[in-house]
Design a protein around this ligand. Structure first.
Ligand code: IVH
Length: 666
């Protein structure tokens, strides 16, 4: 295929993919199967590999591109990113309406859901997404373009530029309730602190410096504002939103237009309960004047526009009784107090327990068994105890005592200096064993299907399994007599366990559950130490100096290997056949793995395309420009400015002869 042909096909594919992306992520109405979509993406990616200089930053293959960055650059906002005035009662809305009617005759209100997310600005030039930023202090925010590109509902190129091409649009990035719950579940398994609500999780995700991690969070966006109408043709918000949706943006659904404030109030009331059935969090409604001319007339204060207001729903609270306070032990041994409650219904679900976080919190709120407490759903999802409702006529129980022994294994609990957490440090505590096994079997780790919470519980209680290695020695006879296990499920489980031996070393290292070693850290560690033996021998400084890894991780790894039990466990896992080093066979076949080349000048034996193809087939990458991330610049005759740049940056320069040696493995 010639380059011209490739270019044509690439452009066609990108258009098609962008359209299907829009059908799927924005309209929720795909017109092709996932499989067909994947084929299109694969074809594009293959062509781009063959012709790397045709890759552009707005290609659908480039959503998760780029290396982790060190810090975000500032972006200034013009006009400022204002906030909204909040109101908490319908009477305040009526006053807002009165004020408006003093200067505006014909009033049209647009009523929209207020999305509980994080405000961002997106800039497009000639229909292409060029810059995205956080709100910051309203005047200056952070450039988070790379992170925003991972959000599939943000078009990298808009579908039609006739009405809109160079413009800014603002909106709200959010996590669905489901994604939020999954994220927290995964964090709990990994012993990482939980996010209090989807909004905090969203803000935390957007601040990550590595776009690959952001992509895993599966953020979403609704756009709601064009700060500057792009032309006089845009007369009202509703009209603008329709255009935005048509060209590829996801706009807030269920927006309505009303003329009277009583209708507005009725609509707010309608969503008061209905909002709990939405897949994302809505904390109020936004009421805006629809037409731009009236907005202009009303203007704004330094903080907020005079033409809009937010109506915030009161937080949902109920009282109930604490029937017991129990202590739960996690994978890392942390003991968390949990209040068991008389079941009550609160904003969409029945609540029968609530975490009390830690013992300092219990003391601060003075929560005791038998107390009546006020609970609310912080950010709607996680129930929290707000305070105790004291009834003077009822005698209270004594405060709960901080346990000194583990509720599960009875060993002594410790409180480490400057930590609020109390821990069980007995590594063979059944609660910790269960937690570790759940982590080991989880999707991102060894991915052992069928090894869920219930079966792990049984295996540990029956003393059939006390560590990871025991899993690989389980026999049919061990399992067939367990409750709810039939012939088929036993065989499936044994097969899944055996298959997990094929997982690559990065997953195995993550599955071991070393504190602070998430999947991403595991990958970074492996690029520096390709086997567990090398990692075990590594010194503190050597680990701490790896880019993206710090002293906390290094210390945790040193601690892990200083425990003889852990060394013994690894030996046993090696014996059953788990992988503790990077697969050398694939490396041997790919001698240029992860090496980036730039070509300049004419080669004698190959065309540029041929040389690129060889590099890619051997696992390397070809880039069109020289940077400090370039490994080799391959120089032919009459090299261009890339040669000078390589010299200036100190990048290794190789001749065609050296290249031939390299690829023939001599
Ligand atoms: S209109 C002047 N509409 O709430 C700002 N904002 O304090 C005009 N928000 O930071 C914004 N849902 O990002 C508008 N439907 C909606 C919204 C919305 C959430 C955010 C917005 C702003 C904050 C208001």
């Amino acid at each position: 295929m010639t380059k011209t042909q490739a270019k044509k096909e690439i452009e066609k594919l990108r258009k098609e993919i962008n359209y299907h992306n829009y059908r799927y992520y924005v309209l929720n109405d795909p017109v092709i199967s996932d499989y067909e979509y994947d084929l299109l993406l694969k074809r594009l990616s293959d062509l781009e590999k063959e012709f790397p200089d045709l890759i552009t930053p707005d290609s659908p293959t480039q959503r998760v591109g780029g290396e982790p960055i060190k810090e975000f650059k500032p972006v200034s906002h013009s006009p400022l990113m204002l906030s909204l005035d909040n109101t908490y009662s319908y009477d305040e809305l009526r006053e807002f309406d009165k004020r408006i009617r003093k200067s505006i005759e014909q009033v049209n209100y647009l009523v929209e859901q207020k999305i509980d997310g994080v405000a961002v600005s997106l800039k497009y030039v000639d229909g292409k997404f060029v810059q995205g930023a956080t709100r910051g202090d309203g005047a200056t925010g952070d450039d988070i373009t790379q992170n925003l590109k991972t959000i599939k509902s943000i078009p990298l190129v808009i579908l039609d530029t006739t009405e809109l091409s160079t413009f800014e649009v603002r909106g709200e990035v959010f996590l669905t309730k489901k994604q939020f719950e999954q994220l927290n579940k995964e964090r709990e398994r990994q012993g990482e602190p939980l996010f209090a609500n989807p909004r905090n999780a969203t803000a935390g995700s957007l601040k990550l410096l590595d776009p690959r991690l952001v992509a895993e969070r599966k953020l979403d966006i609704f756009v709601h504002t064009i700060p500057r109408p792009p032309s006089a043709k845009f007369k009202s918000d509703l009209q603008t939103l329709l255009v935005l949706q048509k060209v590829g943006f996801k706009v807030i659904p269920h927006s309505e237009r009303y003329q009277s404030i009583e209708q507005v109030i009725e609509y707010c009331e309608e969503w008061k309960e209905k909002r709990f059935n939405l897949p994302y969090e809505v904390d109020g409604m936004v009421i805006k004047i629809d037409d731009f001319a009236s907005r202009e007339k009303l203007g704004e204060t330094t903080k907020s526009p005079r033409w809009a207001v937010a109506y915030k729903y009161p937080p949902m609270q109920v009282t109930t009784k604490v029937t017991n306070i129990i202590f739960s032990v996690g994978r890392t041994g942390v003991v968390t107090p949990v209040a068991e409650l008389e079941p009550v219904f609160l904003s969409g679900s029945t609540i029968s327990r609530s975490t009390l976080h830690n013992f300092d919190e219990i003391k601060r709120k003075d929560i005791r068994i038998g107390d009546r407490v006020l609970i609310e759903k912080a950010g709607e999802v996680i129930p929290q105890v707000v305070k105790v409702v004291i009834d003077k006529n009822i005698k209270r129980n004594k405060p709960v005592e901080i346990p000194t022994r583990c509720p599960v294994c009875q060993s002594k609990l410790v409180r480490e200096a400057d930590e609020v957490a109390i821990r069980c440090i007995n590594a063979s505590c059944p609660a910790q064993i269960k937690g570790r096994l759940m982590h080991f079997a989880s999707r991102q780790a060894m991915d052992i299907r069928g090894l869920g919470d219930v079966i792990i519980e049984t295996l540990v209680d029956k003393k059939l399994v006390k560590d990871f290695a025991d899993l690989y020695h389980l026999k049919y006879e061990d399992l067939i007599n367990l409750e709810r296990m039939g012939d088929k499920s036993v065989n499936n489980l044994l097969t899944a366990i055996a298959e997990s031996k094929q997982r690559p070393y990065s997953r195995v290292l993550f599955a071991l559950g070393i504190r602070h070693v998430g999947i991403h850290t595991a990958r970074l560690l492996i690029s520096a130490f390709p086997s567990i033996d090398k990692l075990q021998q590594a010194k503190f400084e050597e680990i701490a100096n790896i880019m993206g890894i710090g002293p906390t991780v290094a210390e945790s790894i040193i601690n892990f290997f200083s425990d003889k039990e852990n060394i013994r466990l690894i030996e046993r896992l090696k014996k059953v056949g788990l992988k503790f080093s990077e697969d050398i066979s694939t490396k041997a076949k790919k001698p240029l793995a992860n090496k980036t080349f730039v070509l300049t000048g004419a080669l004698k034996n190959y065309t540029r395309e041929q040389a690129s193809e060889i590099i890619i087939n051997l696992g390397g990458n070809v880039s069109s420009s020289v940077s400090k991330n370039t490994d080799y610049v391959l120089v032919g005759e009459n090299p261009g400015s890339k040669y000078d740049k390589a010299k200036a940056l100190g990048v290794k320069i190789i001749t065609e002869q050296e290249f031939i040696k390299m690829i023939s493995g001599k």
